[in-house]
Design a protein around this ligand. Structure first.
Ligand code: FAD
Length: 590
């Protein structure tokens, strides 16, 4: 297809005249590509010099012909462009959409300028796509009204929290309207007697525990990104974290959610009460990765801060010994509240940044946290110490005091940031394996890195077998990106071969959709699509009514192109498409 753009170049010097409204048609074959043009033939100056204008724009186009552009560069062949406004011929539909959204949330809460939209092109993963417009509602009702506006304009919708997701979930494919929940960040109610809080989805996870600590309470799900990620994003991804080993993931701590459905209806699934009857729609919605609707309120269960918390750190001279310790601790009947591992690459990255002073020969470090009644914690910590010593721990540290415990955790919590000192980019894979397979799988992960010449650090939730191989690379090197994607694919295959799963907590998003056939049959996936269909029921009917015959399939109204194979190509932003196509076609070989 082609798009037509109008360039306008103002106020030239060096005798170059302004160019006003030069129209061009550009063939566009990818959803995002660089278009370069030159106007040289149309420009002649008083001094008979010929010259011209060159400019380049990133163009993103969806199948219905809507497009966004972002100015990339411009230059004259002679002289300098003083200013340039490039006005892509926005469809009337886009202008009306923006105006309608502004009517709901006010002008300052609608983001549409190409340079501002760049911020919303990505999350913590490696894929990219430009949104059509971003809207920032200030209340649940405004969020619902924004959904209705998007419906009227037949536009796709992508909910967005803090954009820390690691599977491309918040990346707006297909020219979507992004509904950013950042302004909905209040704690609406804390019921101390019943230990329940009602919060808005844009609340940063750690903020909740910080605010309720004075009442001796905390919120258990603690993704390592908890200083930045939002509770709405946690609900959408069913986020886990170091302390989910003993306490379960987000779904075990959310009692109810208020959501906006596809037709703009606002309703509660579950509620603040501990028991609810009927279908567990709350449970179905949690982990749906933004494909069922927008979460606008969350009722969460709060826990009492345990009487005693004991943190231990053990260093080992081999990864095998550390992995064996993980299995042995669980086999001894102990379920620590957290059981985390870092490998040599991670230790090397962290040592110069956080100076934890681990033994020079440490190949792996384990963090084991125990909590509960004092007597039971003391008894269990003795057992854990015995297991560590039996497996040859070269150093053991432990602490009860909150500040000292925080010190033991600091390196683990900042580990991913430290990778930035080794390589400009990282790709964090998220697979799960049975704990008993950790040793073999870790060896195979290392072999994948060696074979492809990539450095892979491992910092992960070892207790529940949730691997996070962190592949370090430079995203400007396309060859390296290709290898990184290959390595990620191979690692997930290894996890599945060992009886594991595709994701422990980061979701499928764009990243893993092509690998879904590794674990799900067509029937499995059709059942999942059927559930999504039920949530997005096109016959729902509302005063604004979701269009039934628009170009946008209603079944993909929210977060299109995610989870299921064929929605998007992981790595396409780097021009890498072939791996997904190959993978998607290999379901029956596995
Ligand atoms: C350094 C680092 C460490 C991490 N550690 C962990 C970890 O230990 N455990 C873990 O589980 N994850 C971890 N993550 C991944 C990420 O932080 C989680 O997936 C988190 O839940 C995403 O929250 P967010 O607010 O950033 O959501 P976003 O990235 O903005 O969105 C994620 C998904 O949720 C959807 N979504 C967001 N808000 C809403 C809403 N209100 N309604 C409906 N859908 C919505 C989006 O459409 C998208 O599909 C880590 C990430 C980083 C960068």
């Amino acid at each position: 297809m082609s798009v037509r753009m109008t360039f306008r170049v103002d106020g030239q010097k060096d005798g170059f005249p302004p160019v006003d409204g030069k129209d061009r048609w550009f063939p566009v074959s990818h959803r995002r590509q660089l278009v370069t043009t030159s106007f040289s033939e149309s420009v002649s100056t008083n001094s008979q010099r010929t010259g011209g204008y060159r400019c380049a724009l990133w163009v993103s186009v969806n199948k219905t012909g809507h497009y966004n552009f972002a100015f990339a560069r411009a230059a004259t062949m002679h002289g300098k462009i003083r200013s340039m406004t490039s006005a892509a011929k926005q469809t009337t539909a886009s202008r009306l959409l923006i105006a309608d959204l502004e009517h709901v949330v006010g002008r300052r809460n609608v983001v549409w300028k190409p340079e501002d939209l760049l911020l919303y092109e990505y999350d913590g993963s490696i894929d990219r796509a430009a949104p059509r417009v971003v809207v920032l509602p200030g209340s649940a009702q405004e969020a619902a009204d924004c959904v209705k506006v998007a419906n009227r304009h037949d536009a796709f919708i992508v909910p967005r929290g803090a954009g820390t997701g690691l599977s491309g979930g918040a990346i707006p494919l297909r020219d979507s309207v992004v509904i950013g929940l950042a302004r909905l960040n209040r704690i609406l109610d804390v019921d101390i007697a019943n230990r329940v809080a009602i919060v808005e989805p844009g609340l940063v996870n750690l903020e909740l525990s910080n605010r309720i600590a004075q009442h001796g309470l905390y919120y258990a799900p603690d993704p390592s990104s908890q200083k930045a990620c939002t509770i709405g994003g946690n609900v959408a991804e069913n986020a886990g974290g170091p302390h989910c080993l003993a306490l379960g993931t987000t779904t075990n701590h959310v009692l109810g959610i208020e959501v906006v459905l596809a037709d703009g209806t606002l309703l509660w699934l579950g509620g603040p009460e501990r028991e609810s009857t009927g279908y567990d729609l709350r449970g179905a919605f949690i982990g749906s990765e933004g494909t069922f609707g927008v979460v606008t309120k969350v009722a969460v269960r709060l826990l009492r801060i345990p009487e005693k918390i004991h943190t231990m750190l053990a260093a080992f001279t081999s990864l095998d010994a550390a992995s064996q310790t993980v299995s042995d601790i669980i086999a001894a009947g102990i379920v620590p509240s957290a059981l985390e591992m870092m490998d040599r690459v991670t230790i090397d990255a962290c040592e110069p940044v956080y100076h934890p002073g681990y033994p020079a020969d440490a190949e792996a470090v384990l963090i084991v946290e125990l909590d509960g009644l004092t007597e039971s914690v003391e008894e269990q910590s003795t057992l854990v110490e015995e297991v560590c010593n039996r497996n040859g721990a070269s150093e053991l540290r432990s602490a009860d005091d909150p500040a000292k415990r925080a010190d033991l955790w600091a390196t683990r919590k900042g580990a991913i940031g430290a990778f930035g000192t080794i390589a400009p980019s990282y790709y964090l894979v998220d697979g799960v394996v049975p704990r008993t397979r950790l040793q073999q799988v870790m060896r195979q992960v290392k072999a994948v890195g060696d074979e492809l010449g990539l450095t892979i650090g491992n910092v992960f939730h070892a207790g529940d077998g949730n691997l996070h191989p962190c592949i370090l690379f430079n995203e400007r090197n396309k060859d390296e990106v290709r290898k990184v994607i290959q390595a990620g694919e191979r690692i997930l295959e290894i996890c599945v071969e060992h009886g594991g799963a595709l994701s422990g907590e980061h979701g499928i998003g764009i990243e893993k959709q092509a690998y879904m056939p590794l674990v799900f049959t067509d029937d499995d996936m059709n059942a999942m699509k059927g559930l999504r269909e039920a949530f997005l029921n096109p016959d729902h009917g509302s005063s604004d009514g979701a269009p039934k015959t628009g170009a946008t399939p209603v079944s993909e109204r929210f977060n299109p192109g995610k989870i299921f194979p064929g929605g998007a190509n992981h790595g396409e932003a780097y021009g890498i498409t072939e791996h997904s196509v190959r993978r998607a076609g290999r379901a029956d070989e596995v």
